[in-house]
Design a protein. Structure first.
Length: 399
């Protein structure tokens, strides 16, 4: 199955999006609904809260007295930790039950207003953010929910900022217009991205880079690299030794193929071989036929250049992940060339000429294999210069 995260600020229209996704066939896991369910009248959660904070937290109707509980935990980290220690495991257990019941082939949407605040964005292969201008949200809260303008602004201010939410977004649904326009955007997302992504993950089918088409650098490349690197780091867990955005999209100002290359360092390739399923869960598929980099003249032993290689399953976001042993020549080489090109404008311009010539020569190819091969002689010839730069500047890998 495919699990995705859905979030958005209060008044943005997240509920409209989740309802439409359910109509299209998604399974909804609503964090707010579950949080209420686990402390409902007669529940295990409410009984444990009453035991921890006293029977007075249960009102005459048998429901939890939310204002009273809030007054107990507000400003008291220890009491808040007690409350969270009761509710969070119960919420997680119920979420797991709903996911398990969804079955194979399902698209499971985790609707979570506090996705950013809880630090959970990196657990999903794709995060959808419903975004609406703050002033529009204020107006909607006043008109549709009967809030005062002051209350609406206060509620918005308590949540993550728009910039914080957008930083975790793989897909943004803008909702400054009508509900019909929003529903149309949801339909396109479902048919063009979510359904193909679910199928690709289930079948173990990667989306490769395609023909060598260079595009102008985009401001979002760096943020996308950071977002994807954080996702890989979480999936790798204790087996990871650091994740870096590498390749041309990691070099500001350099035209490139619109592909995010990442490097995951591991202690050994045995560790790398334990990561197929965790990485697949975030939409990265192992490509078994690619097992090493091209050895360089200074170290021609192919064994030193072994790696594992993964490609993304998301049809709208091309990702390549190179998994290399920490300290290996290939690991160091990827970081060295990235940092040298960032620092040396002349080298960057020279490399761009090589890229453009190779892209023009192989523009009709279905993939970038020959484009990559054509650049290898330049890399071999440029390596001594990169090493000289490293020695003169005291460069060292970041970890």
């Amino acid at each position: 199955m495919l699990e995705i995260g859905l979030t958005g600020g209060i008044g943005a229209g997240k509920s409209t999006v989740s309802r439409r996704l359910v109509e299209l066939g998604a399974v909804l896991v609503d964090a707010d609904l579950i949080a209420r369910e686990v402390v409902a009248k007669g529940s295990e959660g409410l009984a444990r809260i009453a035991e921890a904070f006293g029977p007075e937290v249960v009102g005459p109707n048998g429901e939890m007295d939310r204002p009273r509980v809030a007054s107990i935990v507000f400003g008291d980290d220890a009491q808040l930790a007690v409350l969270n220690g009761i509710t969070h495991p119960l919420i997680a257990r119920r979420q797991a039950e709903l996911v398990a019941a969804a079955g194979p082939g399902a698209v499971v949407v985790h609707d979570a207003a506090l996705l950013v605040e809880m630090g959970n964005a990196t657990r999903f292969p794709l995060v959808v953010v419903v975004h609406t201008d703050a002033e529009v949200r204020v107006r909607r809260l006043v008109e549709s929910r009967g809030m005062t303008e002051e209350d609406a602004r206060a509620r918005i201010a308590k949540q993550s900022s728009d910039s914080e939410r957008l930083a975790v977004a793989d897909a943004v649904l803008h909702n400054d217009g009508s509900q019909e326009e929003l529903r149309a955007r949801v339909d396109r997302l479902w048919h063009d991205r979510l359904v193909p992504l679910e199928e690709n993950v289930r079948l173990g089918r990667a989306v490769r880079g395609g023909a060598p088409v260079l595009v102008d650098p985009e401001p979002g490349w760096q943020d996308r690299g950071a977002r994807l690197a954080a996702r890989v780091a979480r999936a790798a867990g204790e087996h990871g030794r650091g994740v870096e955005h590498i390749g041309s999209t990691a070099v500001p100002g350099l035209p490139a193929k619109d592909v995010t290359d990442l490097q995951l360092a591991v202690a050994s390739l045995d560790d790398a071989d334990t990561l197929d399923e965790p990485l697949r869960a975030i939409g990265l598929i192992r490509i078994p036929g690619i097992t090493q980099d091209n050895p360089k003249p200074a170290d021609p032993d192919p064994e030193h250049w072994r790696k594992r290689y993964f490609a993304g399953a998301d049809p709208a976001q091309r990702v390549h992940l190179h998994v290399r042993p920490h300290g290996s020549p290939g690991w160091r080489y990827a970081l060295l060339f990235r940092d040298w090109l960032r620092a040396d404008e002349a080298a960057r311009a020279e490399y761009l000429q090589v890229k453009r010539a190779a892209a023009a020569e192989f523009a009709g190819d279905a993939d970038a294999t020959r484009y990559v091969e054509r650049k290898e002689p330049w890399f071999d010839a440029a390596l001594p210069r990169a090493e000289q730069w490293a020695a003169s500047t005291g460069w060292a890998p970041p970890y």
